[in-house]
Design a protein around this ligand. Structure first.
Ligand code: SPV
Ligand code: MG
Length: 540
């Protein structure tokens, strides 16, 4: 039900209802969660939370902006304490328009003079508005409203200003005649006598609202039995805030630590809940592209790299320096440069020499009798959480960062990078992983995706479309299938020989689509001493 109609319902239900003060979006939300059917947008507490007096020091548009947050945060109606309407009938009309635009359901105006003063500050000395002028303001408000269910409440300040029952009744009658949907009769006495006397005379001519701040000890059934429509708890959240804030700041000043207050304040997660953090998380799933920054990397780096001779006597190949720092540091820097920080390195040979910071290490202590897939299995078993994207790569392949970005941008479960310029490969006359794809780089139909048919170190030249660059990217979805494929291979046979290309072929055998992204160059497989020299000139 629309908020305006909800407010009409509580106003006219014939039962006593309660609305509670709020002064910003958060307190409004708390009022709704407590079960109240409506909110009192208190002039006193909204001004106080701004740190100013209840004397129209906050401009009406500042109040309006605050109300907008309150309205956006809630689904129950708000009755604004609109003071005197912030001016004459003309200002009142504009106020009503602006309130309706912000889905505020009702406004209450009091028959005093702008700028007003809070009724509990020398109320007896406060002048009242001219009855005809104030009635005209009510008429203007009712004429201005676009939705029939918007309500205008007239607040009679006769008792506050020291007048008697007859003045209160005269004013209530005039405002009722002018079109007010209800009368808020205010009193500053410690007992409800004035209110009850008015209600007795007034009968059921229109709904009556009260603010029992000063006659707080009155049993609620007294209001119920006398036929009051709405009791307003007008300022109690703000007062609760003040008490709590004063207590907490005092303790903090004295104790100089957080220990003694932690149990007495809401948790940070409660703040997030009230702010609606959970909804945003859900919406992100619907509206944001798959999170690319949730990428983790597994770098296989267990082998010694015997081909590098003396360089790898006491350290593995990944720690051999190139341009002043280990090969692995270059690789880590390239990943870090595109904000990928979750890096796991599988160490084996001379593991203590692999000692870079900000890296997770997994140790394959059986590196001599096991191969890459065993290292990968250890790394996957050690993973604490499943990332949206896992890149599996080698500790001896240098590369430009765009290569990783290309893989992150592909939406497929399995992605590999292929160098189409394979005929120029440094690996031509040694071990290389050649690939056969659904299209060659030059023949591919743009718009159609290239997929892998086979990766092997012994393909016929005629069918080779490129060289696998040593990267396999797996989506969160694809990871279970990687684990299954890996188990199949490891169960079947030679743990020492089982390498990443075996896994890729196994995935194809299992019916998976391996997306191929072509590029040319911009990577370097460091296998020999000449490669180390070449790496010196490679700038990732
Ligand atoms: C308010 O809450 O701002 C009110 C009620 O107008 S009272 O403070 O009692 O005047
Ligand atoms: Mg007020």
């Amino acid at each position: 039900m629309k908020k305006n109609a909800q407010f009409c319902n509580i106003l006219k239900s014939g039962e006593l209802d309660f609305i509670c003060e709020a002064h910003n979006g958060l307190s409004a939300k708390i009022v709704e969660e407590a079960g109240f059917k409506g909110i009192w947008g208190s002039g006193l507490t909204i001004s106080a939370q701004f740190g100013v007096r209840d004397n129209n020091e906050a401009s009406w548009t500042q109040v309006l902006d605050n109300l907008e947050f309150m309205s956006d945060a809630t689904s129950i109606p708000i009755l604004l304490d609109g003071d005197t309407g912030y001016g004459n009938f003309n200002n009142m009309r504009r106020l009503v328009n602006k309130l309706e635009q912000r889905d505020i359901s009702a406004v209450c105006i009091e028959d005093k003079i702008f700028p007003k003063t809070n009724s509990f500050i020398g109320g007896h000395t406060q002048p009242l508005a001219n009855i005809d002028e104030f009635s005209g303001k009510i008429k203007a408000a009712k004429d201005a409203q676009k939705d029939d269910d918007f309500s205008v409440i007239a607040r009679v300040e006769a008792f506050i200003a020291g007048w008697g029952l007859s003045e209160a009744l005269k004013r209530a009658e005039a405002y009722h005649e002018a079109g007010a949907d209800g009368i808020l009769m205010h009193s500053a006495l410690a007992v409800p006598d004035e209110i009850l006397a008015f209600k007795k005379e007034w009968g059921d001519r229109s709904p009556v609202l009260i603010v029992p701040t000063k006659y707080y000890s009155t049993p609620t059934d007294v209001y119920r039995d006398s036929g009051i429509s709405i009791a307003i708890w007008a300022n109690h959240l703000l007062r609760a805030n003040i008490t709590t804030m004063q207590k907490i700041t005092k303790t903090l000043m004295e104790d100089e630590n957080l220990l003694s207050i932690e149990d007495n304040v809401a948790s940070v997660s409660e703040v997030f809940r009230l702010q609606g953090a959970a909804e945003l998380k859900e919406a992100e799933k619907r509206y944001l592209p798959v999170v690319k920054d949730d990428t983790s990397v597994i770098i296989l780096a267990a082998s010694q790299g015997k081909d590098l001779g003396d360089l790898t006597l006491d350290k593995p190949k990944v720690m051999v320096p190139v341009r002043g720092k280990p090969i692995l540091s270059h690789i880590v820097d390239t990943y870090n440069a595109i904000n990928i920080k979750d890096l796991t390195v599988v160490r084996g040979f001379a593991k203590d020499a692999v000692n870079l910071s900000n890296i997770n290490f997994v140790d394959n202590d059986e590196y001599e009798t096991t191969g890459e897939l065993w290292s990968l299995k250890l790394a996957l078993d050690a993973q604490q959480k499943q990332s949206e994207c896992t890149i599996i790569s080698y500790g001896d392949v240098l590369f430009h960062k765009y290569i990783v970005q290309m893989m992150q941008d592909a939406d497929d479960d399995f992605v590999i990078m292929v160098d189409a310029d394979w005929s120029q490969s440094r690996n031509r006359n040694r071990h290389a992983d050649w690939v056969k794809c659904s299209y060659s780089n030059s023949r591919q139909n743009y718009g159609e995706q290239v997929t892998l048919k086979e990766v092997s170190n012994s393909l016929n030249q005629e069918v080779i479309n490129g060289e696998w660059m040593g990267f396999l990217t797996v989506s969160k979805n694809g990871m279970e299938r990687v684990k299954t494929g890996m188990d199949t291979i490891l169960e079947e046979g030679n743990i020492k020989e089982a390498k990443l290309p075996h896994l890729i072929n196994q995935l194809i055998k299992d019916g998976e689509k391996i997306r191929v992204l072509y590029t040319t160059g911009h990577w370097l497989d460091v296998d020999s001493l000449e490669d180390i020299v070449e790496a010196g000139a490679f700038n990732g």
